[in-house]
Every structure is written in C-alpha cells, then in structure tokens.
Design a protein around this ligand. Structure first.
Ligand code: NAD
Length: 303
C-alpha cells in the first residue's frame, strides 16, 4: 500500500487546543486539509490562518474525497458520533480504503468496537493518541501511541511523522488508547504528589521554587516537576492547555479498563475519585495544573 505522503488529502475533525496545532503541522508538511469542528469560530480561525485548508460544514463533508480522517475530539463517545452514528457522519463521506485515525484519548474498549464496525465498512482504524501537550503539538514532537495493524501504520507513518517524534506501535486496536490512559494515570499521580509536597513544604516555610529545583536534581523528578512545577504551578499561571475535565476523563478511562479486566486497583480508584471531585470543585474550564488549588483547598479543610 502506498504511504500517505503529501499532498494526500486529510479530513481533520476537532480544532481545539491540540487539534489546531496538529493540523497546522500537517498543512506545513504539505498535506491538503479539509477541516470540521462544531465551533464555527475554530474552523474560520483555522482557515483564516491557513488559506490552503478547506472549511467544511459536517464530518461527512470533511471526509469526502479524503485519503484519511483524523479525529482530535474530547472523548471516544464524541468520536463515535462524528465518525459513525451522528448526523452526517464521516463514514458516509469516506471512500473504502481510507484510514481513520483517532488521535483523541478515547476509551480502548469502545475503540475495539469502533474498529470492528469500521472494518465492516471497508475502513481501517488506527487509534493514535498523543502525549506531550500543546507545546509539543506546536513543535511536532508528540509521542504517538498507535493501536492497529502494522501495515496501516506504515501507510500512515508520514502523517504521524509530521506531528510526532516518537511513534510506537503498542498492539492491536485499542492498545494505543489503553496505554495513553495508563500514561495519564502516572502523569496525574506525579502532579498530585508534587502539589501536595509543595503545599506541605510551603507551610513548613520552604520556598516552592527552591523545592522544585531540588526535586529536579533529585529522585523526586518527574514530568510534573520538570515542565509544570515552576512554569505553571509556582508561578500560578495555570495555563498548560489541558483541561481538568479531560484529565478526569482519562483517569476514569484507566479505571474502567481495570474494572473491565476485573482488576482491583485501589490507588487508581482513589485517583479517579480525587480528579472527579477536583473537576467539580475547580469549575468549568479549569486547567489541570489547577489541581494545586484543589490540594490547597483540601489542606485548608484539615485545619
Ligand atoms: P479541546 O476541548 O480543546 O478541543 C476539542 C475540540 O473538539 C473543540 O474545538 C470542540 O469544539 C470540538 N468538538 C467537540 N465535539 C465535536 C463534534 N461532535 N464534532 C466536531 N468537533 C467537535 O480538547 P483538546 O485539549 O484539544 O483535547 C483533544 C483530545 O486530545 C482529548 O481527547 C484530550 O484528552 C486529548 N489530549 C489533550 C492534550 C492537551 O494537552 N490538551 C494532550 C494530549 C491529549
């Protein structure tokens, strides 16, 4: 099968915090884009900045004539609606042989079903969630975790290569989404641990900036201490570009996978409850780094 090299046509659905910079990388690499988002502003901003991209009014219209379809949507339920079951879904526009790439962080069990349903329509699915956040979406150095067939990945490699630096085939359909949810469990746990350490340390009289610097040269070092500690938390910028609601969703996904496999995971269950409550208490639109504010709120209650 011929690789999907530029100027192949890609339908891109979901131009949010991540989708916009990822689609920008594809335009820069020479792909032809047909874009759709339920937010008309997201679409008009994108085609305003990239006149070679075509604005479309539905997932079906975006998919027409496309060699591949990328979804970068909040969750797997929304992906299923956009691709298969909603109004004017992408499947009604895609030609057989096209590849669907779900780069959202979706539920892997739902992804396995979507892969079967799409295969019945002659369409291959690759789950290809990403890690690295907005910064690495902008510079094209995302880590991409792929689930699906090796031959389909080889076909899609030039597309992924425009957006990511590390592309890992994790296993069959759903494997990428499973690994992504588990990765975010680690990421969330590291962030909460750092925030609690900072709250306790500050109360003891330690300087939070000094604490982060010491973590970063000590065994407490993590992604949280390296890229969120001083930049987002100590500065109280709280603007990493990844919503608390999406992190809570990823934790629920990891918890659901464990439950589906009938595995008891008390630490994960606690993390799910912690992030679900934080999502409610921090309010709509909060950044996940505001989990520090949640840690402060809980600490106050103890006093
Ligand atoms: P976002 O909320 O900023 O963007 C989602 C976009 O999807 C929005 O523009 C929204 O209007 C659009 N949308 C929603 N429903 C739609 C529909 N039915 N049809 C078309 N468009 C629709 O989210 P994001 O931060 O870009 O995250 C997208 C996915 O990537 C999520 O699954 C998230 O968990 C994952 N992710 C995010 C980050 C991050 O740092 N933000 C990092 C890695 C993975």
């Amino acid at each position: 099968m011929t690789p999907l090299a530029p100027p192949a046509t890609i339908a891109f659905i979901g131009l949010g915090m991540m989708g916009r910079p990822m689609a920008t990388r594809l335009v820069a690499a020479g792909f032809k884009l047909r874009v759709f988002d339920v937010s008309q502003k997201a679409v008009s901003d994108f085609v305003g900045a990239h006149p070679s991209a075509l604005a479309t009014a539905s997932a079906k219209a975006a998919a027409q004539g496309a060699d591949a379809l990328i979804t970068m949507l909040p969750d797997g339920k929304i992906v299923r609606q956009a691709v298969l079951e909603g109004r004017d879904p992408a499947v009604d526009g895609l030609a057989p042989g096209a590849i669907v790439m779900d780069m959202s962080s979706s539920n892997p069990v739902d992804t396995q079903k979507l892969a079967r349903d799409l295969a019945a329509r002659g369409l291959a699915l690759l789950d290809a969630p990403v890690s690295g956040g907005v910064k690495r979406a902008v510079d094209g150095s995302l880590s991409i975790m792929v689930g699906g067939g090796a031959a389909d990945l080889e076909r899609a490699r030039p597309v992924f290569g425009a957006m990511g630096k590390t592309i890992t085939l994790c296993g069959p359909a759903g494997a990428g989404h499973a690994l992504k949810a588990l990765n975010n469990y680690l990421s969330a746990a590291g962030l909460v641990a750092m925030c609690e350490a900072l709250v306790v340390g500050e109360a003891f009289g330690l300087d939070p900036g000094t604490m982060v610097d010491v973590f970063n040269t000590s065994t407490g070092k993590s992604n949280a201490t390296e890229v969120k500690g001083r930049q987002q938390v100590v500065s109280r910028a709280f603007a990493a570009g990844f919503a608390t609601s999406l992190m809570a969703k990823d934790l629920r996904t990891a918890g659901d996978v464990a439950k589906f496999l009938k595995l008891k995971m008390p630490g994960l269950e606690q993390a799910v409850a912690y992030w679900n409550d934080a999502d409610v208490k921090l309010g709509k639109g909060s950044d996940h780094t505001e989990i520090f504010r949640y840690a402060e709120m809980l600490a106050e209650k103890e006093g």
